[in-house]
Design a binder for this molecule. Sequence first.
Ligand code: BG6
Length: 505
Amino acid sequence: MSTAKSTIEPTVFVIFGGTGDLNARKLAPALYNLFLDGWLPEQFAIIGTGRTSLTDEAFREKLLADINQFSRTGKAEKETWAKFMPHIHYQVADVKNAASYTEFGRRITEFEQEWKAPANVIYYLAVAPEFFPIIATNIAQSKLGADPERIRIVIEKPFGHDLASAKELNHLLGQHFNERQIYRIDHYLGKETVQNIMAFRFANTLMEPLWNRNYIEHVQISVTEQLGVGDRSGYYDGAGALRDMIQNHLLQLLCLVAMEPPVNFTADEVRNRKVDVLRAMRRFTPEEVRESTVRGQYGSGWIEGKKVPGYREEKDANPKSNTETFAAVKFFVDNWRWQGVPFYLRTGKRLHRSASVITIQFKDVPHFIFPPETAESQHQNRLIISIQPEMSIRLQVQAKRPGLDMMLNTVDMVFDYDGTYTTQAPEAYETLLLDTMMGDQTLFMRGDQVEAAWDLVMPILNSWQQRTSQNFPNYSADSWGPEVAEALIARDGFHWFTLPLSPKK
Ligand code: BG6
């Protein structure tokens, strides 16, 4: 999202959860790659913090091992690492203890004195959500968060567990920070292909005339994952697919597809238009929840020749869990543009393949002029935005098959990243960390957005909670989810679209 390297000011990152998984897999590699690509200012410091007592050296070694394992650019080169390493520091901290924050303050002042310049400070809360309030409060009470121009606080998901808790957290943050200091992460928004939805829609004239109920028949947003919950049962069992994926990532994708063109590309204009979508979405009655939603939980099965456990048999799982690992919902956006156009969303774990794909299916031709025998091969146009692992946009159109007779078939007009660009796309966290440094909130969730998304899913959550599912597990690993998910869309005459596997390069 960012455009100018030169405007980045001296920055201190304070990473709460410094020894945790998110820092290891995402934040440290992202910071390293930003450094590699020249996006970090000359004067920057990273202070990792956690309960474990570690020396700076030990922490640096840990991060090097993490970067070597998880960075998209592979193992760190010796020379680059030698330049990056001195910027990394560690401070053992008890987040509940005010003294830890005094120490952060002291170190930040030290950096500022050394740099002879004031620093922007980014407090990154890569910790479990129960620590968000205490850390935010302590930062504020230690007077570390007072300057709205320089101090930013990054909150990882989950942002709340339901509407009430999200409101409570927003209220608490609002007491201590200005909204423009708060960066609520939804890492899907940092993905290259997700940002491209806006470029595709609003930097081209071609699509806009067709982008409405007159031409679009239905929209599918499908985020399927092959992995199970692994050792995340502790968190996941209290969440489930609706909270973990639909309330945030999938609804954000829906907003990008459904939003009106913003007046300009500034954070509030873009976010205003997204909130409009969430507000226009139809709220379900309990009866509509039954008709328009499907939930599932995976049983055991085989994936790529390996036996995998069912959800209830995963490490630390509750053997009687009623948590859904699959959710599908048929939504409607009640406004002029989208009236009557169904938006089918589905997500699940332990499915046949990992793929995030948005499919926009256009209406059929108004009148078919070709010989009846060609009708069978006639298909409606589709626009397929593949977010991952394939990164592409395809337009499926009808063409004449070569030959002496008049036969039609579907052909794809494809823009794919691999074939078009030689540079590797940055990871979502690189984009998001850079935007935080530059003070650009476009790709972050505003407080009212998060609340509007919770408000939308609450009737489903409440209804599911009141009616425990009697048939879990109801899909086996390596399937496409429960059969009722097929029925949800088949009732309307459609089927879930999956991209054919692209040949391995
Ligand atoms: C996270 C969810 O937000 O997104 C995980 O908590 C999920 O359950 C992950 O696996 C998916 O992200 P990605 O980038 O791998 O599609």
